[in-house]
Ligand binder design. Structure first.
Ligand code: GRF
Length: 202
C-alpha cells in the first residue's frame, strides 16, 4: 500500500510510521508527508528521510477549497491510503467520503471516551485509572469511526496532562504502525474482501 501522512506539528507519529515502513515485511510505503502548516517541524524530518513533502497553509481558504488542494497532492503522490497523525484540521465531508475506508487517525484517548481536544486533562479530572490511545477509521463525525486498535496507559499518582501525554506517545508509536500494517494486509486477503462484499450485499 502507498500511504500519505497528514501532519500539523512535530510529527512523532509520522516518524514511527515511517521507520516501521522500512522494516522487513512492512506492507506499506510512505509516499508523501503533507501539512496544512508550512512551519510544522515534522516536514523537515520527513525531508531529511528522503520522503516527498507538501505544505500549503489553509489560511484564507474555505474547508472544501483547502481539502481540494490536499487531494490534488495526494493524487499526484499515488497514495491509496491516508494516515492522519496530529493533523489539526477538521476535514470537509467530501474529502472524508472520498477517502472513507482508506483513511485512519490516531487519537490520544480510549475512544469512545474523550473525543476532541484536551483528552489527557479530561481523563485525569474524571479520576480514570487509564488513559490511552486509539486508531480508528475516519468518518465524517469527529473521532467517531470504527476503532481498529487501542492501547491503555495507566494514570499514575500526581499525573499531569503533560506527563500523561508524554508517556502516551510511546504507546501511540507502537500502536499506529502495527494497526496500519494489519489493516492494509487484511485488505489484500481475498477471504476478507469476499466477506466485505457479502456484508455489502446483505
Ligand atoms: C498525538 O498525541 C496524536 O494522538 C494527537 O496529536 C499528537 C500528535 O503528535 N492527535 P505528533 O505530531 O505525532 O508528535
Amino acid at each position: 500500500a502507498k500511504v500519505a501522512i497528514l501532519i500539523s506539528g512535530r510529527g512523532s507519529n509520522m516518524m514511527a510510521l515511517l521507520y516501521a515502513a522500512r522494516l522487513p515485511d512492512c506492507p506499506y510505503d510512505v509516499v508523501l508527508v503533507a501539512s496544512n502548516n508550512p512551519d510544522a517541524s515534522g516536514l523537515a524530518l520527513a525531508a531529511a528521510e528522503g520522503v516527498p513533502t507538501f505544505a500549503h497553509s489553509h489560511q484564507g481558504l474555505g474547508r472544501e477549497a483547502f481539502d481540494a488542494i490536499i487531494d490534488d497532492a495526494l493524487a499526484a503522490s499515488g497514495a491509496d491510503h491516508v494516515a492522519l497523525a496530529g493533523y489539526m484540521r477538521i476535514l470537509s465531508t467530501g474529502f472524508v467520503e472520498r477517502w472513507q475506508g482508506r483513511m485512519l487517525n490516531i487519537h490520544p484517548s480510549l475512544l469512545p471516551k474523550y473525543k476532541g481536544l484536551n483528552t489527557h486533562a479530561r481523563a485525569i479530572a474524571a479520576g480514570d485509572s487509564y488513559g490511552g490511545c486509539s486508531v480508528h477509521l475516519v468518518t465524517p463525525d469527529l473521532d467517531d469511526g470504527p476503532v481498529l486498535g487501542q492501547l491503555p496507559v495507566p494514570i499514575t499518582p500526581g499525573e499531569t496532562a503533560e506527563s500523561l501525554a508524554a508517556r502516551t506517545v510511546f504507546a501511540e508509536h507502537q500502536l499506529y504502525p502495527r494497526v496500519l500494517a494489519d489493516f492494509v494486509r487484511r485488505e489484500r486477503d481475498p477471504q476478507w474482501l469476499l466477506g466485505r462484499v457479502r456484508d455489502i450485499a446483505l
